[in-house]
Design a protein around this ligand. Structure first.
Ligand SMILES: CC(C)=CCC/C(C)=C/CC/C(C)=C/COP(=O)(O)OP(=O)(O)O
Ligand SMILES: [Zn+2]
Length: 377
């Protein structure tokens, strides 16, 4: 009897047919030069079909700068260009717009502020009007502690994380009045599965889990979560046959979850934002196998990294695959507010990558200049 597959099963089979043979191939090294060439190419004039990404300009700047930065290849000329492009994205309320002449958006603001942090000088910092931006964040706050992405927009764990992350880089402490009830709202996003959803009572997802957990960690509240259940769900994200991570139950592996899921593992293992003593330092998933998925299946032949074969590489997946690799190249631990970073057992294959800040998603230590600049104003 022929059993008809569900659409989900058919997609899983289709993915396995493409991914599994690549995992059998000869081991691949990280192709540093090709990825660097890809990133340089993305700085040239882009073909017209990139116009669909016009509202993601701030994001494209961040993905590009951050990929170069984590590869330790971000130079002054690229920073100067970025500052000039970011200047044009400033909005009237202190936020940043997705594209020129568009509306301010909390997520574009997050991408722009991280890019400014990556540029790391006073000319870049001066693009941020701190008081105005904080007033705008207040105006986007809902009565339950969550934040809207803009006045007409949705409220979810992404916008809460973006606000908490940006405000923290501008020097606001976790107990600031701007965050009243935000921790409680974020903790309500944990679902019966253990992962966190975009809003309370929705489906747990790797992207939202990272956002909610990173914000909860900045608000010093990780111990309020059901950590064993969260760890179990995060572990279930590693596909037992294909080794990459999926974003949610019964969905497909995708390179970007190397960071959204891998970064969530990292936050828990580092102990950041967890007031209890019960932190088990060390990652529980098989990082060697994740490395194999990224190297064998996510590297494009002409550089750049991708979701899965046969898709083409793009800047978003390049950035988050690189962060995923960086998260397994080192062991991260927080002690007395200081990061202790040691090379991991995989470091020798990944020694070209800098460690990434588990919460701010930029090379670790680059946050310091911005923090001290905004402390003094
Ligand atoms: C800082 C910031 C803004 C982070 C964004 C985090 C993030 C990636 C959120 C995911 C959003 C989402 C609903 C994905 C599902 O897409 P899908 O159904 O195409 O993917 P899936 O099949 O893998 O679930
Ligand atoms: Zn993806």
């Amino acid at each position: 009897m022929m059993v008809e597959l569900t659409q989900t099963q058919a997609l899983q089979e289709e993915t396995a047919l493409v991914v599994a043979p690549l995992l059998q191939n000869r081991p691949k090294l990280f192709n540093f030069n090709k990825h660097y060439d890809y990133l340089k190419k993305m700085l040239e004039s882009l073909p017209s079909y990139f116009s669909v990404l016009d509202a993601s300009k701030a994001w494209m700047i961040y993905w590009e700068l951050n990929s170069l930065a984590v590869m330790n290849k971000l130079d002054g000329a690229v920073k100067t260009r970025a500052i000039s492009s970011l200047r044009q994205l400033r909005g009237v309320n202190g936020g940043f717009c997705g594209g020129n002449g568009q509306q301010e958006h909390v997520l574009s603001t997050y991408a722009a502020v991280l890019s400014i942090c990556l540029c790391g000088d006073d000319e870049a910092f001066a693009l941020i009007e701190k008081e105005k931006l904080l007033r705008w964040f207040y105006s986007l706050k809902n009565y339950d502690g969550s934040f809207r992405v803009n006045h007409e927009g949705e409220s979810d764990a992404r916008s809460a994380y973006a606000v908490v992350c940006v405000a923290s880089l501008l020097g606001l402490p976790g107990d600031h009045d701007l965050f009243k009830d935000t921790l409680e709202w974020l903790c309500k996003c944990q679902t019966y599965e253990g992962g966190l959803a975009g809003v309370p009572y929705a489906e747990a997802h790797g992207g939202y889990t990272y956002c909610a957990l990173a914000a909860i960690a900045l608000l010093q509240g990780v111990h309020n979560l059901d950590i064993p259940r969260l760890v179990k769900w995060l572990l279930q994200r590693q596909d037992s046959a294909l080794f990459g991570f999926s974003g949610r139950t019964n969905k497909l592996v995708d390179g970007c979850y190397s960071w959204w899921v891998g970064g969530s593992h990292l936050i828990l293992a580092s102990g950041f934002g967890n007031r209890s003593e019960n932190v088990t330092h060390g990652l529980f998933y098989n990082s060697e196998k994740l490395l194999k998925y990224i190297l064998q299946c996510c590297q494009g032949a002409s550089g750049g990294l991708r979701d899965k074969p046969p898709k083409r590489p793009d800047q978003y997946h390049t950035c988050y695959c690189l962060l995923g690799l960086s998260s397994i190249a080192y062991d991260y631990r927080i002690q007395d507010n200081h990061w202790l970073i040691e090379p991991s057992c995989l470091y020798s294959s990944l020694d070209f990558l800098l460690p990434t800040h588990p919460i701010y998603c930029i090379p670790l230590g680059l946050e310091k200049k911005m923090l001290s600049y905004f402390k003094s104003i």
